[in-house]
Design a protein around this ligand. Structure first.
Ligand SMILES: Cc1cc2nc3c(=O)[nH]c(=O)nc-3n(C[C@H](O)[C@H](O)[C@H](O)COP(=O)(O)OP(=O)(O)OC[C@H]3O[C@@H](n4cnc5c(N)ncnc54)[C@H](O)[C@@H]3O)c2cc1C
Length: 417
């Protein structure tokens, strides 16, 4: 089933009765060449690129719930390439380039909108850092513009520029940054993988990982045992638990991140605005809802829902930055489980178990990484060698301390990244 303007017109005129299911609902086979654990954005993108770029077909994605039910359908959809550190910088640049062609690649409308991102700063010191960050982005081949206070005002006149504690000094503008529709990204990759023969097995929780003589041989699931030559763990907030099934202890803590959406309003916020000092960021969805969030809930948990002190903090920060937000009614809030590493940067690597690979540690920034991560993890699974854009995302950096990428400069405390 191909999507096109002509097809939409035809279906619109004939009662929309010609659309088929986007993917099959197959029974598990006894064995696959590659099993991906986790049907989130990263797992689905990995399966897609394995099939589309490496010609592999005998692949299953095992998802314990339903596709799009994890963080890939819970995030605030920001897509950007504004990292500083070597390792991160080239990876997110690679991922953004994949985003820019994604709708054509997948023949799917993921509503990628390059509306721009403005990171605000509130002191001279922060301006210096923003300039340095912008230079790193430009050196990487991405885009960055340092805005002064009046430059920010042109884009976002509704901000409280003269806030006593955090007056707005300016902002770092990243025009190619923006948003995408999160669950459509999962659906697009799911459909693309399914079309190429990948089995997407929902309601199929992995309960054990089979290992013989130091090599992986398959997995135990709630839908029976499945043999596999290679297994990739891509389970975001559950990484520590699933890796433990193979006897691995990961350098990861799982923390909750909440987000909020208001009732639909007329267009008023054109870009994504981040207010780092107040731990607050906001954009407006195409439906009109203001989508915003803040910091982690600050204690480790697998609860997938947030707690009230953080709700209060986020609302206060929003009111501080843009008092007009007080007029909007919040419709919903929710939480997701973040896989936080000690340096805030991800892992795409082999594990000490032969044939077992892992892709995790995306912290609260893994949505923008979906195409890049899938692309690089598929390369590693298919060839056994790291992709150049993800070569620094090694697991052993946490054992020997070499090659740590502490992007935020906050030290080895998971929840501060
Ligand atoms: C509130 C919030 C806001 C965010 N905002 C942004 C943002 O603006 N920009 C950005 O870049 N990132 C953002 N993120 C982070 C981003 O969503 C995640 O880093 C990313 O989605 C994680 O990868 P994933 O999509 O593969 O995860 P998931 O969708 O969580 O996929 C993992 C899957 O593994 C499955 N699974 C777990 N255990 C098992 C098992 N035993 N067997 C089978 N399946 C299993 C889960 O059910 C889940 O579906 C945000 C996250 C949250 C929660």
């Amino acid at each position: 089933m191909r999507f096109s303007g002509l097809r939409i017109l035809k279906e619109g005129l004939t009662g929309n009765r010609g659309w088929g299911a986007h993917w099959r609902d197959p029974e598990p086979k006894p064995a696959y060449d590659i099993v991906i654990i986790g049907g989130g954005g990263h797992g689905l993108a990995t399966a897609y690129y394995l099939a589309a770029e490496h010609g592999l077909r005998n692949i299953a994605v095992l998802e314990k719930g339903y596709i799009g039910g994890g963080n890939v359908g819970r995030n605030t959809t920001i897509v950007r390439a504004n990292y500083v550190m070597p390792g991160n910088s080239e990876f997110y640049s690679h991922s953004l380039k994949l985003w820019e062609g994604l709708e054509e690649t997948l023949n799917y409308n993921v509503m990628h909108s390059q509306r721009g991102i403005i990171n605000l700063f509130h002191s001279d010191g922060q301006r210096d850092y923003a300039a340095r960050r912008g230079n790193a982005m430009v050196n990487q081949g991405d885009d960055a513009i340092l805005l002064d206070r009046e430059g920010v005002r042109k884009h976002a006149p509704y901000l409280d520029f003269d806030n006593v504690r955090f007056p707005v000094y300016g902002g770092l503008y990243h025009p190619r940054g923006g948003t995408a529709r999160h669950d459509a990204v999962a659906w697009g990759f799911a459909r693309g993988a399914d079309m190429r023969g990948v089995d997407l097995l929902q309601n199929c929780e992995v309960t054990g990982i089979d290992i013989e003589n130091g090599a992986v041989t398959g997995v135990q699931t709630t839908r029976g045992a499945i043999r596999a030559k290679k297994v990739g763990i891509v389970v975001a907030g559950r990484s520590g638990q699933v890796a433990a099934m193979a006897g691995l202890r990961l350098p990861i803590e799982s923390h909750i991140l909440q987000a909020f959406v208001t009732e639909g309003l007329k267009p008023c916020i054109d870009q994504v605005i981040t207010f780092g000092m107040g731990h607050f960021y906001i954009s407006q969805s195409d439906k009109g809802g203001l989508v915003f969030g803040g910091d982690l809930d600050m204690y480790a948990s697998y609860a997938q829902r947030g707690n009230l002190p953080l709700v209060e903090h986020v609302m206060e920060a929003g009111m501080t930055l843009m008092p007009m937000i007080g007029k909007a009614k919040v419709l919903r809030s929710w939480g997701g489980i973040m896989d936080m590493t000690p340096d805030g940067s991800p892992i795409i690597d082999k594990t000490p178990v032969e044939g077992l690979f892992i892709d995790c540690g995306w912290c609260y920034g893994g949505f923008k990484a979906v195409p890049g991560s899938g692309h690089c993890f598929a390369h590693l699974l298919a060839t056994g060698r790291p992709h150049a854009a993800a070569a620094n995302f090694r697991l052993d950096r946490f054992r020997d301390g070499i090659g740590l990428m502490d992007e935020e400069g906050t030290g080895a405390q998971h929840n501060l990244h």
